[in-house]
Design a protein around this ligand. Structure first.
Ligand code: BDP
Length: 694
């Protein structure tokens, strides 16, 4: 098993009790409606049934069976039985319910739209894959967030920025005539978890994607995705009117520029009538934007919003901005720049905000912009690819991180103002809601490099559908669908996944340390780096270690970043006693002999966490090795080798960080912490000129 089939393995159900029970409900299947989406549902059902049951299924039309179709295509007899449920269906939600018609038990999968029916079908198939009971099934579900999308940081030359699973799956050179089967399998996988959008291109964008030659290629992909309910989006390079439009300026207030974007948009919609819209990184890390012309984010975003508005398109404008000319704490800059604009963006603009104020660290407190813009559509950006977390080789189950952020309480409208409520729009009654994940997908045969990182794609989709789900429940269903329902396998693997995020924090950045990764590629430790041209690119800017202690004072006696939070949160973080220890060094600069809650000094505590991280990887590795008999040899071996990499790297992190910080703490390692056999000089000398994703 090479892992290509992801969580859609549809393993044959060996347990005959379960199999016979299912088959007693599945003697037939009837489809209602006629659309490309209904066709893909038929294909999926037939693929899944053959695989789950062998040839023993769908034999007798006059016995208990399945009825699949949108409400508008069902006959009145069926509709009558489902009256209440149908009136409760929201958006692309669905109902799966067993009803009796003419003495025969029928499981009806229905929705207002065919896409909803597709979601219901995948939900039903998941139940079969995870061996859940379907007796008297009665399920109603709907997506809580409108736009659930992947952001591909894929370049036109097929390299992937921060991609660690091979090259881009978009084969631009061979498009539009050659349609790789991956496009369809990608769409199936995404639809199975409710993802309904994908931005095909890197936020550090290339204007060529907007030329007719490329629009034709994008159209070919959009045509494959359409039956699966997935819209395509493109990144818009702000200077495109100059680069491909022969204009002299890209000033958003220039009439010719606005007209150029209107015409360009119309040209795209002519080919792709359901095109989603634009994703824009402007005036950030060297990308062009409205500020190049003395304008601001409102001018830029609204100009594009007006262009897509006639076609119901949207603009996702990223808030990931920080400037080398701004002497203020980098963590404060996005909030300072955007929050004063609240209420001034068009209603088809969404401001896309990363989960934390710095950059996808193993742990960050939630971004203070969440809940702070009551009159602006604001969407979440998570990173599924693991730029700062071991990239394609470390097992880190990220839905645990997503959950931590979504559950954080912003206190913006009093207690219970969770980030999840900002994202589903309920806190301030938002018009459009969205959530994006930076994809970890590439041309590797198993899509994500490390088999377990498929779970991050899966889990992202599930939480985008419903940001209140428990990450541990998602892990369990993913394990069962991807590997096996065997309890002796599911339990330990789930435990390992759920704790893996804390483990990576332990061996990389315990107690609120952050951004101490090596330069450029961000793989491996580099806390010593202090020579980069922009101060806020240097790890020393973030940890500020010296003889007196370590950590970034962001309280009211320091950068005062805490003032960007609601006052209840601000007070918690301003006070070292009430700051959760997981964020200690994020908010405070603390002496090495500061006493932690467990009685250890900060230095000892830090060292012990690094060691704990290493120990935990060792445990994961031995857990995995004990499970060999439950799994196919290929995936077993490949995952097992990944653990070797992860263990080595965890030790590298521990050893180099402790040697480095020890220069300042001048204290011995506490008992139980292994001493490095390698020198700090050696760690510093390591170079990675060909690291992927750079
Ligand atoms: C950082 C990455 C960089 C991205 C940037 C972004 O290092 O490659 O372009 O974020 O999100 O995390 O725009």
């Amino acid at each position: 098993n090479d892992g290509y089939k992801l969580w859609l393995q549809y393993n044959y159900i060996e347990d005959s009790d379960i199999r016979d029970n299912y088959l007693s409900h599945l003697n037939s299947v009837q489809y209602f409606g006629d659309s490309e989406t209904i066709n893909v549902i038929k294909e999926e059902i037939s693929l899944a049934m053959k695989s789950l049951f062998g040839n023993d299924y769908l034999k007798n039309i006059n016995k208990n069976g399945l009825i699949i179709g949108a409400t508008s295509n069902l006959n009145t007899k069926i509709l009558k039985k489902l009256k209440n449920e149908i009136s409760n269906i929201q958006k692309d939600g669905f109902v799966i319910k067993q009803v009796k018609i003419g003495g025969i038990k029928q499981i009806v999968i229905t929705a207002k739209t065919d896409i909803g029916v597709l979601y219901g079908t995948f939900n039903f198939l998941k139940r079969l894959q995870t061996h859940q009971s379907i007796d008297k099934i009665n399920v109603i579900d709907f997506p809580k967030v409108d736009i659930r999308m992947l952001n591909h940081w894929d370049n036109l030359d097929r390299t992937v920025e921060r991609g660690y699973s091979g090259f881009s799956i978009w084969d631009w050179h061979r498009l539009p005539n050659y349609i790789d089967t991956r496009y369809k399998d990608y769409a199936r996988a995404n639809a199975s978890i409710g993802i309904n959008g994908t931005a095909l291109t890197n936020v550090n964008s290339n204007a060529l994607i907007l030329t007719p030659h490329y629009i034709e290629k994008v159209k070919a992909i959009a045509d494959v995705f359409r039956p699966y309910g997935i819209k395509v989006y493109l990144t818009a390079r702000f200077s495109a009117p100059i680069e491909i439009g022969n204009l002299e300026t890209a000033d958003p207030l220039d009439e010719n520029v606005a007209k150029w974007w209107k015409d360009k948009t119309a040209e795209i919609y002519k080919e792709i009538p359901d095109f989603g819209g634009f994703l824009v990184k402007a005036n950030s890390e060297g990308q062009p934007g409205p500020q190049n012309y003395g304008r601001n984010h409102i001018d830029g975003a609204n100009m594009l919003a007006d262009a897509v508005k006639p076609f119901n398109g949207i603009v996702m404008w990223r808030a990931f901005v920080y400037s080398e000319h701004d002497p203020d704490d980098r963590a404060k800059q996005a909030y300072s720049e955007f929050v004063p604009y609240d209420g001034q963006f068009r209603d088809n603009v969404l401001i896309q905000v990363k989960n934390g104020a710095i950059d996808f660290q193993p742990r960050e407190p939630f971004h203070p912009m969440f809940g702070a813009m009551a009159k602006t559509n604001l969407m979440m950006e998570f990173q599924i690819t693991q730029e700062y977390m071991g990239q394609g080789t470390h097992l880190v189950y990220q839905p645990k991180l997503y959950e931590e952020v979504l559950k954080a309480d912003t206190y913006r409208e009093g207690k219970g103002s969770f980030v999840a409520k900002v994202i589903d729009g309920s806190l301030h009654n938002k018009k459009i809601t969205g959530i994006a994940g930076v994809a970890n997908i590439g041309t590797d045969i198993n899509w994500t490099g490390h088999h377990f990182l498929q779970a991050n794609w899966y889990g992202f989709g599930r939480m985008a559908w419903n940001p209140y789900l428990k990450s541990s429940d998602i892990a369990e269903e993913w394990i069962k669908m991807t590997f096996t329902n065997e309890k002796a396998f599911v339990k330990p693997v789930k435990k390992m996944m759920v704790s893996s995020r804390e483990t990576v924090v332990n061996y990389m950045t315990p107690y609120g340390l952050h951004h101490i990764m090596a330069t450029g590629h961000h793989f491996g430790p580099g806390p010593w780096v202090d020579n980069l041209s922009r101060p806020e690119w240097n790890p020393v800017y973030y940890h500020k270690a010296d003889e007196n202690g370590v950590g970034f004072n962001r309280t009211n006696t320091g950068s005062n970043a805490t003032a960007q939070y609601a006052s209840a949160v601000k007070e918690i973080y301003n006070n070292i006693e009430t700051t959760p220890e997981i964020y200690l060094l994020w908010f405070h600069h603390i002496p090495w002999d500061y006493k932690l809650k467990n009685g250890e000094t900060l230095w000892n505590g830090l060292a012990l966490k690094y060691q704990q991280g290493v120990n935990e990887v060792e445990e994961m590795k031995s857990t995995w090795n004990s499970l060999k008999k439950y799994i196919d040899p290929q995936r077993f071996k490949e995952i097992s080798m990944m653990f070797d990499v992860q263990l080595n790297d965890a030790k590298w992190w521990r050893d180099s960080c402790l040697l480095y910080f020890q220069q300042f703490s001048k204290k011995p390692l506490p008992k139980g912490v292994e001493k490095s056999k390698i020198t700090l000089e050696y760690f510093k000398s390591l170079k990675f000129p060909f690291a992927p994703g750079n």
